[in-house]
Design a protein around this ligand. Structure first.
Ligand code: PLP
Length: 415
């Protein structure tokens, strides 16, 4: 019997298509805008110069000559690609060297490098968890965490964002599920830039006999005196079993890693499917990540981390002074992400476009990236933004705000 259902039917007339088409027709689509110059504090986009407050290039290392040279050397030494898995023909001395350097820097026994950060989460969660296990994770967990859990078919119990009482309730329930328990939290949440009560989360996890993993994608190279992330900032390295990091943000490259105990990392090396059944990262990506790591681990690292957070403080204060409602982390930890609350989706898109036209690029976060009614403009700084550029951005914000409010009504106010 022939089926009458076309699996492609869903590609026509879906809700997202309608929204995207409406925004495209009005010329306000905030996505897929091409960046035509190197990632830097000021970029060229669609033929005009724009201040870049919408990247994860936190340390600004994508344009650093030492990082470019690291990529070039790796390219020249190992070629453009490795055409195979780490298990077979995709391991070079650069991989093993980088893994060893990362393990030393992170203060862990071992480290495994994946081709992307997403694959690191898929690989670690999808491999270590079994269908009989339970994962307790934050309701704002990144898609790659949720996908890794789905892959493992472990039971998922989510707790309300950063809420310890809800976490405890889920841990109680999880302890009745009968399998092992893994708590997964993020070092810094990407959209709102907030840092949760990680020490208390780790303590609760321990009291229920659970293992703990922290996704440090946005916090590695940013938080802690050595810059290894939120786990270091809170001094809980001994209570966190696995730390995930990515090269796609402060490392100015592409790739991801898991740092942990030797036996777990060895197990991942021989069993994790997103490591074995995919091509190894291109040498240039690894060379750039290694050069960035060496900068972070040098005396220059802490200076860059301090500059970054200083810029974040400056932008935050400047936005509040100009009447914007900036979302602040409950724990008061300053991070490079400075989100402006707009609440309404359509208003957020229109405000984004007005800023873009005035020479400023930021990111728009709409539901489901944020809770319903929580639309925001996600601004983020780099260590390499200078005061002149940040002042230019603030000036644009200020001017656009008054014109925008005259036409569209008030934006949420700073409290
Ligand atoms: C919290 C979090 N985890 C994992 C990832 C995946 O990292 P990558 O972009 O390197 O694949 C991201 C990146 O978007 C992220 O924000």
């Amino acid at each position: 019997m022939r089926t009458t259902v076309d699996v492609f039917a869903k590609v026509k007339g879906h809700e997202r298509e309608q929204q995207i088409n409406a925004a495209r027709e009005s010329g306000v689509l905030p996505y897929f805008r091409p960046v035509e110059s190197p990632a830097a504090p000021v970029v060229e986009m669609e033929g005009a110069e724009r201040v870049m407050l919408g990247s994860n290039n936190y340390l600004g290392l994508t344009g650093d000559p030492r990082v470019i040279e690291g990529a070039r050397q790796a390219l020249e030494q190992y070629g453009t690609g490795l055409t195979g898995s780490r298990l077979l023909n995709g391991t070079t001395p650069l991989h093993t060297e980088l893994e060893a350097e990362l393990a030393t820097w992170m203060g862990s026994e071992d480290c495994i490098v994946y081709t992307t950060g997403q694959q690191a989460n898929l690989g670690a969660l999808g491999t270590l968890l079994a269908p009989s296990d339970t994962v307790v994770t934050d309701s704002a967990a990144h898609a790659s965490i949720l996908d890794g859990i789905a892959l493992s078919r472990a039971k998922l119990r989510a707790y309300r964002h950063n809420k310890l009482d809800k976490l405890e309730r889920q841990l109680e329930r999880a302890s009745g599920d009968g399998g092992g328990i893994l708590v997964v939290a993020e070092g810094m949440y990407s959209m709102e830039g907030d840092v949760g009560p990680l020490a208390e989360i780790a303590e609760l996890a321990k009291s229920y006999g659970a293992r703990m993993m922290v996704d440090e994608a946005h916090s590695v190279g940013v938080l802690g005196a050595r810059g290894t992330g939120a786990t270091e900032l809170f001094g809980i390295e001994d209570r966190v079993d696995l730390r995930m990091g990515t090269f796609s943000k402060s490392f100015a490259s592409c790739g991801g890693f898991i740092a942990g105990s030797r036996d777990v990392i060895e197990y991942l090396r021989v069993t994790s499917r997103s490591y074995i059944f995919t091509a190894s990262a291109v040498p240039a990506a690894l060379g750039a990540a290694q050069a960035s790591l060496r900068i972070m681990a040098s005396e220059e690292g802490p200076l860059l981390f301090a500059k970054l957070l200083d810029n974040a403080r400056y932008l935050h204060a400047g936005l509040v002074e100009r009447g914007f409602k900036v979302v602040t982390s409950e724990g008061g930890v300053i991070t490079p992400v400075v989100p402006i609350l707009v609440e309404d989706d359509w208003k957020a898109v229109l405000l984004w476009k007005a800023l873009y036209d005035a020479g400023l690029f930021v990111n728009v976060a709409l539901h489901p990236a944020v809770p319903p009614g929580g639309a925001l403009l996600r601004t983020s700084v780099m260590a390499t933004h200078d005061r002149e550029v940040l002042d230019r951005a603030l000036e644009i914000m200020s001017q656009v705000k008054s014109e925008f409010e005259a036409e569209h009504g008030p934006l949420p106010e700073a409290s």
